[in-house]
Design a binder for this molecule. Sequence first.
Ligand code: NAP
Length: 265
Amino acid sequence: MKFAIMTKGDSKSNSYMHKMKTYLQDFELVWDEHEPDIVISIGGDGTLLYAFHRYSSRLNKTAFVGVHTGHLGFYADWVPEEIEKLVIAIAKTPYQIIEYPLLETIIRYQHGGKETRYLALNEATVKSVEGTLVMDVEIRGQHFERFRGDGLCVSTPSGSTAYNKALGGAILHPSIPAIQLAEMASINNRVFRTIGSPLVLPAHHTCMLKPVNGPDFMVTIDHLTLLHKDVKSIQYRVAAEKIRFARFRPFPFWKRVHDSFIADK
Ligand code: NAP
Protein backbone atom coordinates (compact mmCIF):
# COMPACT_ATOMS: atom_id res chain seq x y z
CA MET A 1 0.00 0.00 0.00
CA LYS A 2 1.18 3.51 -0.88
CA PHE A 3 0.81 6.41 1.52
CA ALA A 4 1.41 10.14 1.78
CA ILE A 5 1.39 12.45 4.78
CA MET A 6 0.45 16.14 4.78
CA THR A 7 1.10 18.33 7.80
CA LYS A 8 0.11 21.75 9.04
CA GLY A 9 3.78 22.67 8.70
CA ASP A 10 4.54 23.39 12.36
CA SER A 11 7.43 21.61 14.07
CA LYS A 12 5.15 19.42 16.23
CA SER A 13 3.14 18.15 13.24
CA ASN A 14 6.32 17.67 11.19
CA SER A 15 7.97 15.58 13.90
CA TYR A 16 4.89 13.32 14.09
CA MET A 17 5.06 13.02 10.31
CA HIS A 18 8.66 11.79 10.41
CA LYS A 19 7.80 9.31 13.17
CA MET A 20 4.77 7.99 11.32
CA LYS A 21 6.58 7.80 7.98
CA THR A 22 9.34 5.67 9.54
CA TYR A 23 6.84 3.37 11.30
CA LEU A 24 4.79 2.86 8.14
CA GLN A 25 7.92 2.14 6.07
CA ASP A 26 8.96 -0.39 8.76
CA PHE A 27 5.70 -2.17 7.91
CA GLU A 28 6.74 -2.06 4.24
CA LEU A 29 4.24 0.55 3.18
CA VAL A 30 5.53 2.73 0.34
CA TRP A 31 5.81 6.52 0.53
CA ASP A 32 4.24 7.91 -2.67
CA GLU A 33 3.22 11.56 -2.75
CA HIS A 34 1.78 11.30 -6.26
CA GLU A 35 -0.48 8.25 -6.14
CA PRO A 36 -1.18 7.39 -2.50
CA ASP A 37 -3.85 4.87 -1.51
CA ILE A 38 -4.07 6.54 1.86
CA VAL A 39 -3.38 10.15 2.82
CA ILE A 40 -2.70 10.96 6.46
CA SER A 41 -3.20 14.57 7.45
CA ILE A 42 -1.48 15.78 10.63
CA GLY A 43 -2.59 19.13 12.07
CA GLY A 44 -6.28 20.02 12.11
CA ASP A 45 -9.37 20.15 9.96
CA GLY A 46 -7.72 22.92 7.95
CA THR A 47 -4.84 20.53 7.12
CA LEU A 48 -7.30 17.93 5.86
CA LEU A 49 -8.89 20.58 3.62
CA TYR A 50 -5.46 21.17 2.04
CA ALA A 51 -4.92 17.41 1.66
CA PHE A 52 -8.35 17.04 0.04
CA HIS A 53 -7.57 19.73 -2.56
CA ARG A 54 -4.10 18.31 -3.20
CA TYR A 55 -5.60 14.91 -4.08
CA SER A 56 -9.04 15.95 -5.40
CA SER A 57 -8.26 14.53 -8.84
CA ARG A 58 -7.99 10.97 -7.47
CA LEU A 59 -10.72 10.81 -4.84
CA ASN A 60 -11.94 7.39 -5.92
CA LYS A 61 -8.47 5.91 -5.36
CA THR A 62 -7.52 7.66 -2.11
CA ALA A 63 -8.75 7.40 1.46
CA PHE A 64 -8.06 10.07 4.07
CA VAL A 65 -7.38 9.88 7.78
CA GLY A 66 -6.71 12.81 10.10
CA VAL A 67 -4.56 13.22 13.21
CA HIS A 68 -5.05 16.42 15.22
CA THR A 69 -2.17 18.13 16.97
CA GLY A 70 -4.46 20.82 18.40
CA HIS A 71 -8.14 20.48 19.35
CA LEU A 72 -10.43 17.64 18.29
CA GLY A 73 -11.39 17.98 14.64
CA PHE A 74 -14.26 16.82 12.48
CA TYR A 75 -11.89 15.39 9.91
CA ALA A 76 -8.96 14.87 12.28
CA ASP A 77 -10.00 12.65 15.16
CA TRP A 78 -6.83 10.72 16.05
CA VAL A 79 -4.44 12.12 18.64
CA PRO A 80 -0.61 11.95 18.30
CA GLU A 81 -0.40 9.53 21.29
CA GLU A 82 -2.29 7.02 19.14
CA ILE A 83 0.12 7.14 16.20
CA GLU A 84 1.55 3.64 16.82
CA LYS A 85 -1.95 2.21 17.13
CA LEU A 86 -2.98 3.98 13.93
CA VAL A 87 0.09 2.73 12.03
CA ILE A 88 -0.66 -0.87 13.03
CA ALA A 89 -4.30 -0.39 12.04
CA ILE A 90 -3.32 1.02 8.62
CA ALA A 91 -0.71 -1.67 7.99
CA LYS A 92 -2.54 -4.70 9.33
CA THR A 93 -6.30 -4.15 9.24
CA PRO A 94 -8.56 -4.06 6.20
CA TYR A 95 -10.18 -0.74 6.97
CA GLN A 96 -13.72 0.39 6.43
CA ILE A 97 -14.38 3.27 4.02
CA ILE A 98 -16.87 5.98 4.93
CA GLU A 99 -17.95 8.31 2.15
CA TYR A 100 -19.09 11.91 2.66
CA PRO A 101 -20.83 14.12 0.07
CA LEU A 102 -19.05 17.03 -1.62
CA LEU A 103 -20.25 20.29 -3.16
CA GLU A 104 -19.86 21.01 -6.87
CA THR A 105 -19.63 24.68 -7.91
CA ILE A 106 -19.70 25.66 -11.59
CA ILE A 107 -18.95 29.27 -12.54
CA ARG A 108 -19.95 30.43 -16.03
CA TYR A 109 -18.86 33.69 -17.64
CA GLN A 110 -20.74 36.44 -19.52
CA HIS A 111 -18.57 36.53 -22.60
CA GLY A 112 -18.11 32.83 -23.10
CA GLY A 113 -14.86 31.25 -22.04
CA LYS A 114 -14.50 27.93 -20.34
CA GLU A 115 -16.61 27.41 -17.25
CA THR A 116 -14.76 26.70 -13.99
CA ARG A 117 -15.65 23.72 -11.82
CA TYR A 118 -14.66 23.29 -8.17
CA LEU A 119 -15.20 20.64 -5.56
CA ALA A 120 -15.51 21.71 -1.93
CA LEU A 121 -15.29 19.59 1.19
CA ASN A 122 -16.68 22.28 3.53
CA GLU A 123 -18.35 25.02 1.54
CA ALA A 124 -18.31 27.66 -1.16
CA THR A 125 -19.16 31.29 -0.44
CA VAL A 126 -19.79 34.31 -2.63
CA LYS A 127 -19.39 37.95 -1.68
CA SER A 128 -19.37 41.15 -3.66
CA VAL A 129 -16.01 42.78 -4.40
CA GLU A 130 -17.48 46.03 -3.13
CA GLY A 131 -20.86 46.96 -1.72
CA THR A 132 -23.89 44.77 -1.22
CA LEU A 133 -24.12 41.42 -2.96
CA VAL A 134 -27.25 41.30 -5.12
CA MET A 135 -28.04 37.92 -6.64
CA ASP A 136 -31.11 36.31 -8.11
CA VAL A 137 -31.43 32.89 -6.52
CA GLU A 138 -32.94 30.10 -8.62
CA ILE A 139 -33.76 26.68 -7.23
CA ARG A 140 -34.37 23.86 -9.66
CA GLY A 141 -34.68 26.34 -12.54
CA GLN A 142 -37.31 28.50 -10.80
CA HIS A 143 -36.74 32.02 -9.50
CA PHE A 144 -36.80 31.84 -5.70
CA GLU A 145 -35.72 35.27 -4.43
CA ARG A 146 -33.54 38.29 -5.04
CA PHE A 147 -30.86 38.21 -2.32
CA ARG A 148 -29.32 41.41 -1.00
CA GLY A 149 -26.76 41.23 1.76
CA ASP A 150 -23.16 40.42 2.62
CA GLY A 151 -22.99 37.06 0.93
CA LEU A 152 -24.19 33.49 0.55
CA CYS A 153 -22.67 30.25 1.79
CA VAL A 154 -23.37 26.81 0.35
CA SER A 155 -22.07 24.00 2.51
CA THR A 156 -21.74 20.25 2.49
CA PRO A 157 -23.09 18.21 5.43
CA SER A 158 -19.57 17.75 6.86
CA GLY A 159 -18.91 21.46 6.33
CA SER A 160 -22.12 22.32 8.17
CA THR A 161 -20.16 22.47 11.45
CA ALA A 162 -17.79 25.10 10.01
CA TYR A 163 -18.71 28.48 8.43
CA ASN A 164 -22.33 27.40 7.96
CA LYS A 165 -22.74 26.94 11.70
CA ALA A 166 -21.47 30.46 12.37
CA LEU A 167 -24.20 31.69 10.00
CA GLY A 168 -26.95 29.95 11.95
CA GLY A 169 -27.20 26.99 9.57
CA ALA A 170 -28.27 23.54 10.75
CA ILE A 171 -25.78 20.76 11.39
CA LEU A 172 -26.44 17.99 8.88
CA HIS A 173 -25.35 14.40 9.31
CA PRO A 174 -22.81 13.60 6.55
CA SER A 175 -24.74 10.51 5.48
CA ILE A 176 -27.34 12.89 3.95
CA PRO A 177 -26.49 13.75 0.34
CA ALA A 178 -27.51 17.42 0.44
CA ILE A 179 -26.23 20.98 0.31
CA GLN A 180 -27.24 23.87 2.54
CA LEU A 181 -27.67 27.49 1.45
CA ALA A 182 -27.17 30.01 4.29
CA GLU A 183 -27.40 33.78 4.19
CA MET A 184 -24.83 36.28 5.42
CA ALA A 185 -26.58 39.35 6.81
CA SER A 186 -29.43 39.70 4.30
CA ILE A 187 -31.24 43.02 3.97
CA ASN A 188 -34.85 42.48 5.03
CA ASN A 189 -37.33 45.33 5.22
CA ARG A 190 -40.57 46.39 3.53
CA VAL A 191 -38.84 46.67 0.16
CA PHE A 192 -36.34 43.81 0.13
CA ARG A 193 -37.19 40.31 1.26
CA THR A 194 -35.33 37.00 1.48
CA ILE A 195 -36.39 33.74 3.06
CA GLY A 196 -34.10 34.33 6.05
CA SER A 197 -33.80 30.63 6.89
CA PRO A 198 -31.10 28.24 5.69
CA LEU A 199 -32.34 25.94 2.92
CA VAL A 200 -31.33 22.29 2.60
CA LEU A 201 -31.45 20.97 -0.99
CA PRO A 202 -31.44 17.30 -1.95
CA ALA A 203 -28.99 15.82 -4.44
CA HIS A 204 -31.32 16.18 -7.44
CA HIS A 205 -31.88 19.93 -6.91
CA THR A 206 -29.61 22.65 -8.26
CA CYS A 207 -29.16 26.16 -6.88
CA MET A 208 -28.17 28.85 -9.36
CA LEU A 209 -27.08 32.41 -8.57
CA LYS A 210 -27.35 35.11 -11.23
CA PRO A 211 -25.66 38.48 -10.63
CA VAL A 212 -27.85 41.57 -10.63
CA ASN A 213 -25.48 44.47 -9.91
CA GLY A 214 -22.05 43.65 -11.25
CA PRO A 215 -20.10 40.74 -12.66
CA ASP A 216 -17.12 40.51 -10.26
CA PHE A 217 -17.18 38.42 -7.08
CA MET A 218 -15.01 37.04 -4.32
CA VAL A 219 -15.59 33.32 -4.24
CA THR A 220 -14.23 31.03 -1.57
CA ILE A 221 -13.89 27.28 -1.94
CA ASP A 222 -12.95 25.90 1.48
CA HIS A 223 -9.73 27.75 2.43
CA LEU A 224 -9.18 29.20 -1.08
CA THR A 225 -10.25 32.76 -1.95
CA LEU A 226 -10.59 33.54 -5.64
CA LEU A 227 -11.62 36.68 -7.57
CA HIS A 228 -13.96 35.84 -10.46
CA LYS A 229 -14.68 38.50 -13.07
CA ASP A 230 -17.37 38.66 -15.74
CA VAL A 231 -19.57 36.10 -13.97
CA LYS A 232 -22.85 35.06 -15.64
CA SER A 233 -23.94 32.44 -13.11
CA ILE A 234 -22.76 30.26 -10.25
CA GLN A 235 -24.31 26.83 -9.96
CA TYR A 236 -24.25 24.58 -6.90
CA ARG A 237 -25.26 20.97 -6.43
CA VAL A 238 -24.21 17.80 -4.66
CA ALA A 239 -21.14 16.52 -6.55
CA ALA A 240 -21.00 13.11 -8.17
CA GLU A 241 -17.67 12.55 -6.39
CA LYS A 242 -17.34 11.78 -2.68
CA ILE A 243 -14.52 11.97 -0.21
CA ARG A 244 -13.52 8.61 1.29
CA PHE A 245 -12.35 8.39 4.89
CA ALA A 246 -10.51 5.33 6.20
CA ARG A 247 -12.29 4.30 9.38
CA PHE A 248 -10.60 2.07 11.95
CA ARG A 249 -12.95 2.51 14.88
CA PRO A 250 -16.39 3.99 15.42
CA PHE A 251 -16.56 7.69 16.24
CA PRO A 252 -20.17 8.70 15.70
CA PHE A 253 -20.71 12.12 14.10
CA TRP A 254 -23.02 13.32 16.90
CA LYS A 255 -20.37 12.42 19.47
CA ARG A 256 -17.88 14.50 17.51
CA VAL A 257 -20.38 17.39 17.48
CA HIS A 258 -20.92 16.99 21.21
CA ASP A 259 -17.23 16.72 22.05
CA SER A 260 -16.34 19.69 19.82
CA PHE A 261 -19.03 22.15 20.83
CA ILE A 262 -20.60 20.99 24.11
CA ALA A 263 -18.16 18.91 26.17
CA ASP A 264 -16.22 20.82 28.77
CA LYS A 265 -12.71 19.63 27.86
P1 NAP B 1 -8.98 29.13 9.53
O1 NAP B 1 -9.68 30.45 9.52
O2 NAP B 1 -7.54 29.06 9.87
O3 NAP B 1 -9.76 28.08 10.51
C1 NAP B 1 -11.09 27.92 10.50
C2 NAP B 1 -11.52 27.04 11.66
O4 NAP B 1 -12.56 26.18 11.17
C3 NAP B 1 -10.44 26.16 12.27
O5 NAP B 1 -10.59 26.14 13.66
C4 NAP B 1 -10.75 24.80 11.66
O6 NAP B 1 -10.35 23.71 12.47
C5 NAP B 1 -12.24 24.86 11.60
N1 NAP B 1 -12.87 23.92 10.67
C6 NAP B 1 -12.50 23.60 9.41
N2 NAP B 1 -13.34 22.72 8.89
C7 NAP B 1 -14.27 22.45 9.85
C8 NAP B 1 -15.39 21.60 9.92
N3 NAP B 1 -15.77 20.86 8.88
N4 NAP B 1 -16.12 21.59 11.06
C9 NAP B 1 -15.78 22.36 12.11
N5 NAP B 1 -14.73 23.17 12.11
C10 NAP B 1 -13.98 23.22 10.98
O7 NAP B 1 -9.20 28.50 8.08
P2 NAP B 1 -8.77 27.10 7.49
O8 NAP B 1 -8.13 26.25 8.53
O9 NAP B 1 -8.07 27.34 6.20
O10 NAP B 1 -10.22 26.50 7.17
C11 NAP B 1 -11.05 27.06 6.18
C12 NAP B 1 -12.43 26.97 6.73
O11 NAP B 1 -12.61 28.02 7.67
C13 NAP B 1 -13.52 27.22 5.71
O12 NAP B 1 -13.83 26.05 5.00
C14 NAP B 1 -14.67 27.70 6.60
O13 NAP B 1 -15.54 26.65 6.94
C15 NAP B 1 -13.99 28.16 7.86
N6 NAP B 1 -14.37 29.55 8.12
C16 NAP B 1 -15.18 29.78 9.18
C17 NAP B 1 -15.63 31.06 9.42
C18 NAP B 1 -16.54 31.29 10.59
O14 NAP B 1 -16.80 30.33 11.32
N7 NAP B 1 -17.05 32.50 10.76
C19 NAP B 1 -15.25 32.12 8.61
C20 NAP B 1 -14.42 31.85 7.55
C21 NAP B 1 -13.98 30.55 7.28
P3 NAP B 1 -8.83 23.32 12.75
O15 NAP B 1 -8.35 24.29 13.78
O16 NAP B 1 -8.93 21.92 13.27
O17 NAP B 1 -8.08 23.42 11.46
